[in-house]
Design a protein around this ligand. Structure first.
Ligand SMILES: [Zn+2]
Length: 216
């Protein structure tokens, strides 16, 4: 990996982390973002406001979590990020405490099929069982909830999504938060319960996405 490629990836990690704050998916320094470059994982450091991150704050670890570059400590959710890189095709991971998604994580064990965009995340979005933040136990729960999916909710905690690059991972987080907001909104009308899609209807959407190559 060239120095340029690593520096560009760091810029993208910082840019995406700032976007989670400006778009209201994260408050303060909660949430974290990472990207894989070769065998390196660039990851946001723990406890530094994203608007203060500079090129000199670059943090890189290997897939075992050994720090290869940087002086700041990696995010406390590093075990979750690394487990996703080790076990999936992920090139980027975004974790947030988005409001509507976190609310839904406290209500159900799977996001009801309120909208066909669930197909863009691989199917009905599961809620990983609760475990203390930053633990291998939480990482294991998340991996199970991600089986066949590119995103999941973390009970009483937030969201995690991955993708081929940071834009895709970020977009999946934004879509997930939006779907959770739609379900909460539709569910909050007294006396009415929202209609839901069937598994067959979602399969049909997944088939169409494959045909077009991209969700629309
Ligand atoms: Zn978190």
């Amino acid at each position: 990996m060239t120095q340029d490629a690593i520096e560009q990836a760091w810029d993208a990690v910082v840019g995406t982390a700032r976007r989670t704050v400006t778009d209201g998916l994260v408050v303060g320094t909660s949430g974290n973002v990472s990207a894989r470059v070769g065998d390196l994982v660039l990851v946001t450091p723990s406890g530094v406001p994203y608007d203060r991150l500079t090129p000199a704050d670059l943090v890189a670890v290997d897939l075992d979590g050994t720090r290869i570059r940087g002086r700041l400590a990696p995010t406390s959710e590093l075990p979750m990020h690394l487990e996703i890189y080790r076990r999936t095709t992920a090139r980027a991971v975004v974790h947030t405490h988005a409001v509507h998604a976190t609310a839904v994580s406290a209500l159900v064990t799977e996001l009801p099929l309120i909208h066909y965009m669930a197909a863009a995340l691989g199917g009905p979005v599961r809620v990983a069982p609760y475990a203390l933040y930053g633990t291998e136990e939480l990482a294991a729960h998340v991996l199970r909830a991600l089986d066949g999916r590119t995103g999941c909710l973390l009970r009483n905690h937030g969201t995690v999504t991955y993708g081929d690059d940071l834009d895709q991972a970020y977009d999946r987080t934004a879509q997930l938060e939006w779907m959770c907001r739609v379900w909460l909104t539709a569910s909050s009308v007294p006396g009415l319960a929202p209609s839901l899609l069937s598994a067959a209807e979602l399969d049909e959407v997944a088939e169409k996405f494959r045909g077009y190559g991209r969700p629309r």
